[in-house]
Design a protein around this ligand. Structure first.
Ligand SMILES: Cc1ncc(COP(=O)(O)O)c(C=O)c1O
Length: 395
């Protein structure tokens, strides 16, 4: 019997969260009440964003973005093959054609230096993914796009709260998508959000999540009274609930603490695992060692470049070692994960878009050796010691 049972990610729920949900259950609203706009405002303010539109999950939020930017069937979007299926699937929902660009071997996000040669006159969207919580360099992507009419949908499902040159994930993208799935920093069960500064995109996203219906007098062809609404386009029921947003509001209050603890854990892993010859710790240009000399209570501000460490990805020297370490950890109650199986190699993408082995070698190599170690704020120091000791015992 192992000493612990440790998942790779886990939500943190305290009494404030529980009480907030109970209060909402006792209120008049379960679905479309005041908690939704309160949560939207709180997340928008956190990110210096003008608007936030909550969705039922990150995937529906992405679908909303591909719809709102007006990409048409036959037009192309570009994303990274190392991501969850949703980043690209949502583009397929609107009939667009997926293109992938290989990843950068240091930060595992889209390789920005290879982007230009993949842009064609049919490219309408680029969806960079801030993999593991490392904020992808949107400014560089914007510079490459130049005057071309290409929308940036930043998939920041892993990267809420991260910073690059003091800028939040939403600050340079047209639309930025967050997910509130339980392994993420802010958990609402299911839940997602789009951040944008554009009023036009805000209106389109709001309609899309509610069947394409509007009550806004400015968009009605006539007005029969206060009850009157019109369905002006085809939309979906992609609404989040008040219950989830009540939870989101209290969860958001813990985000800074979560970011701090996640950086502490990354610093500990870096220190303990850096001298093991058969594995590589991540090679990020953002260094978590700033946590060494400060406590959360005494923290005035985060560094200008902040990784949000949704995941801590290590690379084994060979695929065989990865499989063996995964099994060894599992046998000892430590449930690591692999992020991600490259999307272009999924049977659906191979069969429908003719992708094949070897198309994106850096992504394929990464997948063959990657392992995500447990990373969540409630991991205590004893458990962390146990994880690194179990790794060190492996060979
Ligand atoms: C990178 C990325 N994008 C999008 C999503 C979709 O979010 P959701 O699960 O909330 O639909 C996820 C979820 O895991 C994700 O990891």
């Amino acid at each position: 019997m192992a000493k612990y049972s440790i998942p790779y990610g886990r939500q943190t729920i305290d009494d404030d969260d529980i009480n907030a949900v109970i209060e909402t259950l006792k209120s008049d609203f379960m679905t479309q009440g005041p908690k939704i706009s309160e949560f939207e405002r709180a997340v928008a303010d956190f990110h210096n964003s003008r608007y936030a539109i909550a969705f039922s999950n990150g995937t529906s939020a992405l679908h909303g973005c591909y719809h709102a930017c007006g990409i048409k069937p036959g037009e192309e979007f570009i994303t990274s093959p190392i991501t969850f299926a949703a980043s690209a699937n949502a583009g397929l929902y609107v009939g667009a054609t997926p293109k992938f660009v290989d990843i950068n071997s240091s930060n595992y996000c889209i390789d920005i230096s290879s982007l230009e040669k993949s842009i064609t006159d049919r490219t309408r969207v680029i969806t960079p993914v801030s993999f593991a919580g490392y904020p992808v360099n949107i400014k560089e992507i914007r510079n490459i796009i130049g005057d071309r009419k290409i929308t940036i949908i930043h998939d920041a499902a892993h990267a809420i709260g991260s910073l690059r040159d003091n800028a939040h994930v939403s600050e340079l993208a047209d639309m930025t998508v967050l997910s509130f799935h339980p392994v993420k920093h802010v958990a609402t069960g299911e839940g997602g959000m789009v951040l944008t500064d554009s009023e036009d995109l805000r209106d389109k996203l709001s309609r899309f999540r509610t069947h394409g219906i509007t009550k806004d007098p400015a968009h009605l062809s006539k007005n029969d009274g206060l009850w009157y609404y019109e369905m002006v386009e085809l939309g979906f029921n992609y609404r989040i609930t008040d219950l989830q947003c009540a939870l989101g509001i209290t969860q958001l209050k813990k985000l800074k603490k979560s970011l701090f603890r996640r950086n502490q854990i990354a610093y500990f892993y870096n220190k303990e695992l850096s001298n093991i010859s058969w594995l590589d710790i991540p090679d990020y240009d953002f260094d978590p060692s700033w946590v060494r000399d400060v406590s959360f209570e005494n923290l005035n501000s985060f560094p200008a470049n902040l990784h949000s460490y949704h995941l801590y990805p290590i690379k084994l020297k060979t695929p065989e070692l990865r499989l063996k370490l995964y099994d060894h950890l599992r046998d000892n109650g430590i449930f690591s994960q692999v992020h991600y199986i490259p999307l272009h190699l999924m049977p659906y993408y191979r069969n429908n878009f003719s992708f094949k082995d070897g198309d994106f070698p850096t992504a394929e190599d990464f997948y063959s050796k990657e392992l995500s170690l447990p990373m969540f704020p409630d991991l205590n120091d004893d458990q962390l010691e146990y994880i690194v000791d179990t790794i060190k015992d492996f060979r």
